[in-house]
Design a protein. Structure first.
Length: 217
């Protein structure tokens, strides 16, 4: 029986990959309570600023409150100019580091004309690292190994999205509370594109996750 008083944890995985021209971020949907599913269709993606997004894993409450603090303090770094990915990540890291009880892994990614596509991983303890690819959530160490092999310095948008979807889908398949599918966010000079790939290959919502993965073979 589900313990409704137990801490809510975003149970599975978030991932991001930088490519030649932008970034692709991806996540599953589930929120878990231990081995139970609290919400099979959670949205773990928050828009921080124009073309800047944060992806959450770990404690749902902790990661959400960090995002809310950022949105309240955004004016500090927004002085007549769009918020850069680096500035957003630094403010998130400052909020995180000043709250020692936060238990979450966060990925901040986006694009702007000054920096291009950037990804920053913010790990437990408030460590901020700029990365070409980042993973957060269950099985992180193993999935870093998985993403490292096919990743290359110059990738197309399609290759980057396929890689992100593969990493998230494997986490879903191997985890008991994996959710309903993979959501990807592509951010580049043209704007923001969001795609959803359901686990069910017979779904008529959009292309199935299996179609996406098979296209990358």
């Amino acid at each position: 029986m589900m313990n409704v008083n137990a801490p809510q944890s975003m149970a599975s995985i978030v991932a991001g990959v930088a490519y030649n021209g932008g970034v692709v971020l991806g996540a599953d949907y589930v929120t878990g309570t231990g081995i139970d599913v609290a919400n099979p269709e959670s949205d773990r993606i928050t828009e921080l600023a124009d073309k800047v997004y944060i992806f959450h894993s770990g404690s749902a409450a902790d990661s959400q409150i960090v995002s809310e603090f950022f949105l309240r303090k955004k004016h500090i770094i927004q002085i007549g100019q769009p918020v850069t990915v680096k500035a957003a990540a630094n403010l998130i890291e400052e909020i995180y580091y000043s709250n020692s009880r936060v238990e979450a892994n966060l990925i901040v990614g986006g694009w702007n004309k000054l920096e291009g596509g950037k990804i920053y991983g913010i790990h437990c303890g408030g460590v901020l690292i700029e990365e070409q690819f980042a993973v957060g959530g269950y099985g992180t160490n193993y999935l870093y190994g998985l993403i490292n092999e096919p990743w290359k310095e110059v990738m197309t948008k399609e290759e980057a999205e396929q890689l992100v979807a593969k990493v998230v889908s494997i986490a879903i398949a191997r985890h008991g509370v994996g959710g309903v599918g993979v959501r990807t966010v592509i951010i580049n000079s043209e704007g923001v594109t969001m795609n959803f790939y359901p686990i069910d290959d017979e779904s008529e919502q959009q292309n199935s996750l299996f179609d996406l993965l098979n296209a990358g073979r």
